[in-house]
Each structure stands twice: as structure tokens, then as C-alpha cells.
Design a protein around this ligand. Structure first.
Ligand SMILES: Cc1ncc(C[n+]2csc(CCOP(=O)(O)OP(=O)(O)O)c2C)c(N)n1
Ligand code: SF4
Ligand SMILES: [Mg+2]
Length: 308
């Protein structure tokens, strides 16, 4: 039995097999990745999160990743619900703690491909410290951050990503504090792969997720995604379709753009693209090298210590 199944002991995972996902009879290629028994889902009409899941599932197909070696971890929020809807070994953890949870999985079983799928608030507010330190350590995680510019699940409060001058439930007279430019933050902290796409860019997003699967180290993909119910409505930006039109009109592809130049405003252009793709030893490679150097013959490879 593969190692992951022993370690995760997840009944759903036990039945996973890549062959199950190439069935010609299946009309929607994404459907086998979903726990259809959980439908209807909680997301509002026009919400962008479901479309990001579509791109994610297509990236799994494209990258031909072994699904038995995959684990998906979410925090709390509307985006955090992704963990409950994907038919994978997935974990819906506590608010802000998806990255430490994922780090634990990766350290316990280095062969796992670990994806963190969570919201801007979860990852950059309560979980902000974990975000920068995982990037600094270059832990081999693929982080997909759905940035709807707000704390959606709890009623539309200002998040560290909310652009100034926009209106939220906690800033009814307009946000005045500066927001995080997430690609810049994670690049400065040490991420090896950084990209941003909007929910309109479904193909580019799929490609970026596939690329991240083949990258070792801390990868961060930001997806700008509409929350029609709270952010769009309160700021008179229309519905989900209006958001798509807006993303189409305002997005400018600038691959390799300096991340210092990709900060967002409420109504300005949205710079998208792959900004960072660089090499740097990941945490576990550095750890092995250091221990081998210090311990000499007493060093034991972790793989020899993992039970099968
Ligand atoms: C320790 C703790 N503090 C606060 C909350 C309340 N809470 C739940 S989700 C959330 C914000 C989620 O925002 P985000 O990560 O952007 O997700 P979204 O709903 O926008 O997708 C907050 C503050 C909580 N569940 N746990
Ligand atoms: S509140 Fe916003 S983010 Fe949450 S499901 Fe509704 S539209 Fe999506
Ligand atoms: Mg959010």
C-alpha cells in the first residue's frame, strides 16, 4: 500500500486511482474530482471560488500528478470550503493554520505533494506569519490563495488585501489603511514561484497550477476572484458577470513584472502573469545537507525512518 495511504488513513484516499479519472463516459472531466454528494455547495451565485476549483481539477488532469500522493489543506472561510468539496485527501483545518498543518504533512512524509487552498484573510491576516515563514524556509508547498479582497464568510470585513477607498462592513466610510501586495510580500520572503491570475484567466490559472506541481519549493498563486455578495455589492461593482468583464478589461499580462509594481487598487489595472520562477534549495534539502554535514555517519535519511 502506498505510504500516503498509511499515513493519512483516509477512506476516500484508499479508493483513489488515476485510472478512475480518465473515464471516457464521464461528461464533465472535473466531476470525478468532486464530492458530488455535498452539492448543493454553499457558494453564492457568481462567486469565483468554484471556477478556481475547476482550474485546479484541470491542472491535476494536465499535470498527471499521482493523486495518491496529493493532499489538500484549507483554512477557514468561503474558500476554505474547497477542502470539503474535492474528492482527494483533504483537510479543513483551523483559521490561519492551513500552512502549519500542511508543513507538518510535508515534514512527516516528504513524498507528498501538498497544496494549501485558502482565502486572502486566512493566509495573510491571521495566518500571515505562517505565510512569510514558510516562504522564507522555502517549504515545498503549493499555495493557492483566492483573493476576493475581503473576509467574505464572516460578513465582508476589511482584510489586509482590501484596496483603499473601498467600502466594507468594518470601514463603511472607506478603507484608508494600505493593503498588502501579496506577490511582493511572498517574493520578498523567499517564494520560488509567484503568479497572479484572475478568475477570468481560467486557462492561465490551470497552467500556473500545473507548473507549480513541477516546482520544488514554496509556490504561491494568487487568484483575484469576485465576492458579489459582499465586496461587489457594497462597492457597487455589479454581479459576478460584471466582475468578469471588469477583469477582462483591466487585466494586463506582464510576465516577469517586478512584484513591487503589481500592487492593486480598487479601480485600477490588474497586473497578472508569472512574476517569479527561480531556484533555491527547499527546507528539507537544506535540512538534510546540514544534518549530513554535522552528523556525518550518524545521519539517517528520513525516508529510512518512515514506516511503510
Ligand atoms: C480563530 C478564529 N478567528 C476568527 C474566525 C472567524 N473567521 C472565519 S473565516 C474568517 C475570514 C475568512 O476570510 P478569507 O480567508 O479571506 O476567506 P473568504 O471567506 O473571503 O474566502 C474569519 C475572520 C475564526 N473562524 N477563527
Ligand atoms: S460570500 Fe462571497 S466569497 Fe462567500 S460564497 Fe458568497 S460570493 Fe463567494
Ligand atoms: Mg477573502
Amino acid at each position: 500500500m502506498p505510504e500516503i495511504l498509511n499515513i493519512l488513513d483516509n477512506d476516500l484516499g484508499k479508493n483513489l486511482n488515476n485510472d478512475d479519472f480518465n473515464d471516457d463516459d464521464v461528461q464533465n472531466p472535473v466531476e470525478p474530482f468532486l464530492r458530488s454528494d455535498r452539492v448543493p455547495h454553499i457558494w453564492c451565485p457568481g462567486c469565483g471560488i468554484g471556477t478556481t476549483v475547476n482550474s485546479f481539477a484541470r491542472a491535476l488532469l494536465e499535470s498527471k500528478i499521482d493523486l495518491r500522493s496529493l493532499a489538500l489543506v484549507s483554512g477557514i472561510g468561503c474558500t476554505g470550503r474547497v477542502a470539503g468539496y474535492v474528492k482527494l485527501d483533504s483537510f479543513h483545518t483551523t483559521h490561519g493554520r492551513a500552512i502549519p498543518f500542511a508543513t507538518g504533512l510535508k515534514l512527516a512524509n516528504p513524498k507528498l505533494n501538498v497544496v494549501v487552498y485558502s482565502g486572502d484573510g486566512d493566509l495573510s491576516a491571521i495566518g500571515g506569519n505562517h505565510l512569510i515563514h514558510a516562504a522564507r524556509r522555502n517549504i515545498d508547498l503549493k499555495v493557492i490563495c483566492v483573493n476576493n479582497l475581503i473576509y467574505a464568510m464572516t460578513g465582508g470585513q476589511t482584510a489586509p488585501t482590501t484596496p483603499d477607498h473601498s467600502t466594507t462592513s468594518t470601514n463603511p466610510y472607506g478603507v484608508f489603511e494600505p493593503s498588502f501586495n501579496l506577490p511582493h510580500l511572498v517574493e520578498a520572503a523567499g517564494a520560488v514561484y509567484v503568479a497572479r491570475w484572475t478568475m477570468f484567466h481560467v486557462r492561465q490559472l490551470t497552467r500556473a497550477i500545473s507548473e507549480a506541481f513541477h516546482k520544488k519549493g514554496f509556490s504561491f498563486i494568487e487568484v483575484i476572484s469576485p465576492c458579489p455578495t459582499l465586496y461587489q455589492r457594497r462597492n457597487k461593482l455589479g454581479d459576478g458577470l460584471d466582475a468578469m468583464k471588469d477583469y477582462k478589461a483591466k487585466s494586463k499580462v506582464r510576465n516577469g513584472a517586478p512584484t513591487s509594481e503589481v500592487g492593486m487598487t480598487m479601480t485600477g489595472e490588474i497586473i497578472v502573469g508569472k512574476f517569479v520562477d527561480r531556484e533555491r534549495p527547499d527546507y528539507q534539502t537544506m535540512m538534510r545537507a546540514q544534518y549530513a554535514d554535522s552528523l556525518g555517519e550518524r545521519f539517517v535519511e528520513q525516508s529510512e525512518m518512515v514506516c511503510s
